[in-house]
Design a protein around this ligand. Structure first.
Ligand SMILES: NC(=O)C1=CN([C@@H]2O[C@H](COP(=O)(O)OP(=O)(O)OC[C@H]3O[C@@H](n4cnc5c(N)ncnc54)[C@H](OP(=O)(O)O)[C@@H]3O)[C@@H](O)[C@H]2O)C=CC1
Ligand SMILES: O=C(O)C1=N[C@H](C(=O)O)C[C@H](O)C1
Length: 246
């Protein structure tokens, strides 16, 4: 029986994780921590793995505290950059522990990111539109950042230049953000959970890759897979693609 702690347990994702882990025959929730709770060996209740869905402002500190407490971590909180990854990788390696951080645990979203990378070299234009519930605190989404970076890498490797765009004046920022040169647009709309479209264009044709999470249950198979596999992957793993065998 894998002993699991949930950090951010009262939040939207934490609540879904507590329920999903509790429904598994091979794992149990031994600790539920939220804002204001200290992370320590004692408060973690003998957990082997912690699942962390909190806020971009607190996630890295939580992961260091989990490593100090001798626990492997599965992290879904967004807002990570390369410097933060490097600090956690070094800490995990020093401590002989494992951390898996993924911007999206939904199988469809992971596949959409991969499909976008495969398609990107074949299209002149590429833009990413992410659409989320209006209670989300960060924009653009972690998934959109990872998607845009993947597209940019694939375009760069194929020798493609900048996406075409004749815009000369955009005082209101209507052309969105640029992530590694790829335009990214964020929609916040009541009724949505999490969706993303990758728009790829050539003269006379368009390819749209779309993924929708209608419910937070969509993230749970990926989270549970990560909980089962994280401890066999020393150091830092980013994304669940490799865990899925992609
Ligand atoms: N990787 C993935 O597949 C997914 C990632 N996410 C990401 O997960 C994160 C959480 O999303 P969501 O569940 O919707 O957010 P919520 O705001 O619903 O939940 C976050 C929870 O964490 C708590 N919290 C805040 N700070 C701390 C802290 N320092 N220690 C412990 N708990 C803390 C909050 O408490 P309080 O409200 O009191 O501040 C709240 O209960 C976001 O970054 C989101 O983008 C979301 C969905 C899928
Ligand atoms: O905040 C959310 O809800 C989500 N956050 C993640 C992100 O920022 O990409 C994953 C998913 O899109 C839901």
């Amino acid at each position: 029986m894998k002993r699991v702690a949930v950090i951010g347990a009262s939040g939207r994702m934490g609540t879904a994780v507590v329920e999903a882990v509790g429904a598994c025959a091979d794992m149990e929730v031994v600790a539920r921590l939220d804002a204001g709770d200290a992370i320590s060996r004692e408060s973690l209740g003998g957990a082997e793995v912690a699942v962390e869905f909190t806020s971009p402002a607190s996630s890295e500190a939580n992961v260091h505290a989990l490593l100090d407490a001798g626990v492997d971590a599965v992290v879904g909180t967004t807002g990570w950059d390369d410097d933060a990854y490097a600090r956690v990788r070094a800490h995990a390696e020093d401590a002989g522990r494992s951390v898996l951080i993924a911007p999206n645990f939904a199988i469809g979203a992971v596949l959409a990111m991969r499909f976008a990378q495969i398609a990107a070299p074949f299209f002149e234009s590429a833009e990413v539109v992410e659409m989320h519930h209006p209670d989300k605190v960060d924009a653009p989404s972690g998934t959109a950042i990872a998607t845009a970076r993947g597209i940019a890498r694939a375009r760069g490797a194929a020798g493609l230049g900048d996406v075409p765009d004749a815009t000369e004046s955009d005082p209101h920022g209507a052309r969105g953000a640029r992530i590694d040169g790829v335009p990214v647009h964020a929609v916040r709309l009541r009724g949505l959970t999490a969706s993303e479209e990758v728009l790829l264009g050539n003269p006379g044709e368009q390819l749209v890759i779309r993924t929708d999470s209608f419910d937070r249950v969509s993230f749970m198979p990926g989270v549970l897979l990560a909980v089962r596999r994280v401890s066999s992957r020393p150091g830092l793993t980013v994304g669940i693609e490799s865990v899925m065998g992609l």
